[in-house]
Design a protein around this ligand. Structure first.
Ligand code: 4NP
Length: 157
């Protein structure tokens, strides 16, 4: 029997993209009837213990997800043993994760959009310095990635 999936979504600050990815994945996994653990973290610790950016909370709320209770934290080495999949939002985060990866890691590393047909290798753009419209685009990207990840998990049983 394969392990129950445990997926960690990782961006830079853990206040914009990865909390949205976590919420989109929870919704997609629920709809598909998959039992999976989900969490998110940042490669930087600047926003430790902060709630998601208000713009991220607003787009999540508008799409039916409440992320107000999430709190930012930094990726730690234990995450590589605890999670089956660690999913980065962009190439910088993926490089940082590869550098942190301990020898006894079990987590498979990927970019979120690797799981979307035709978008492998693409990044989820950082919306932090942009406007509200950027966050709608972020939600669209993380939702597509979450649906693709759920299809992968369903296919692997
Ligand atoms: P995130 O966005 O990595 O999607 O959470 C950012 C959040 C904060 C900063 C940059 C990106 N910052 O520079 O503080």
């Amino acid at each position: 029997m394969t392990d129950q999936p445990a997926v960690l979504f990782v961006c830079l600050g853990n206040i914009c993209r990865s909390p949205l990815a976590e919420a989109a994945f929870r919704g997609a996994a629920d709809r598909a009837g998959i039992l999976a653990t989900a969490d998110s973290a940042g490669t930087a610790g600047w926003h430790q213990d902060r709630a998601p950016d208000p713009r991220a909370q607003a787009i999540a709320r508008a799409r039916g997800a409440d992320i107000s209770q999430l709190r930012a934290r930094q990726v730690r080495s234990e995450d590589f043993r605890r999670f089956t999949h660690i999913v980065a939002m962009d190439h910088d985060n993926l490089s940082a994760l590869r550098a942190l990866r301990p020898d006894d890691a079990r987590a498979a590393l990927s970019l979120l959009l690797d799981h979307v047909p035709g978008r492998a290798g693409e990044a989820v753009a950082d919306p932090y310095y942009g406007d509200d419209a950027g966050f709608a685009g972020t939600w669209a990207d993380v939702s597509a990635g979450a649906e693709g990840l759920v299809r992968l998990l369903l296919a692997r049983g």
